[in-house]
Design a protein around this ligand. Sequence first.
Ligand SMILES: [Zn+2]
Length: 433
Amino acid sequence: MRKKKTMAFLLALALLFTAAACGSGNGETTGGQTNGPPPTEQMNPPEEDAGDAAEPVIEPPAPEPEPYQISDPKVMPEGGQKDGVTYAAWNDLVEHLFFHPIIAYPELAFDGDAQEQGLDDYMVTVDEFNRILDSVYERGYVLVDINDVWSETTDADGNPVMVKNTLYLPEGKKPLVLSYDDTNYYPYMLDNGLTYKLIIGDDGKIWSWGLDPGGNEVVSRDLDAIPALDKFVEEHPDFSPFGAKACLSLTGYEGILGYHTQTDTQSWTDAQEAERQKEREAVRPVIEELKRTGWTFGSHTWGHIRLGSGNMEKIQADTQRWLDEVGSLVGPTTILFYPHGERPDGNDWKNTGPTFQYLQEQGFRVFCSVGTQSFSYIKKDICAVICDRLHPDGKTLRWSRNRYLQFYDAKDIMDMTVRPDYGVGTDWDTTGN
Ligand SMILES: [Zn+2]
């Protein structure tokens, strides 16, 4: 008994140390070689040893969350003004940019291995990401939540339909939706210079956890696009007048947000299930804090499957699994992000085929693909919206400079000093630019 108490006390001390390290600075290393993310147990508060009041009980201080306000851009502020800012109706295009997780350590991403090309194509580095945020902010974009852009209502005949909402924005500002795909922290990302998971720091905020190229643990708010955007909005509150951040597009097959919340149909034991339940409990506070601070969630299918395959059995099983393993944690969503940008049933804005119909019946209303403009189309025959997103990444930085000039100039963004020498498009040579 005595020994157990001492152990509990030591564990509590260790936890205090771990918790203190979480918020201790930007990109600060907490030392030591480790082989992977900290086990979930370290994230949980120590169990209280009932029956002995004499032992000192040391608990990490419960962080008092800073208040965070989320408001509705569909409602004109009273008198047309808020905090001295005049608001105006916006009925024009709502731009939509999406990112993949960003590269914390370019030297690990661009190291000439088999993943280098893919990382160059689909991702941006932390520095590039920050420059993009600076640029869209300077150009007058403000963040809105994708869930506020369209609403479900009924038409004159009583049929459910989607409508585009009027948004009331600070005068002169333009709305911007952000989404982040695959914020699951897949193993290949961990091996290639990205962060490993999201955690709650001792300040109650979202931090990332990972390993630097030397194998040292790093807890930071600067190395991951989620805390980095939180920080940017803290520093530029007028970038998010309604408190919106981005919509996180989640698969389920490798867990979510760095937690192993997934099942495996090949082998499943009681021990595996117990471990999974622990991970589910561990990710809940992270989800809660994300939601509280303006982040929303959408489905990217459980298995990152191709929705154009027409394999209904597979699509139905996958959808159910996403709802069971991811939806049960993040809550209901009406947003679906097509994996690989692949549209169901061929051309989804001309046809409403069986796959689209099925997905709509599961509650999805906003179907997002990838394209060359922030195109959107409200379907006439079914209550749904289709929208394309633009994709700031190595591919478009190199080859689509002109198409993104309204947001930023790739010349000012792309970090040639860390990326491989894969060339750039002819539109980089425009004289006078
Ligand atoms: Zn994806």
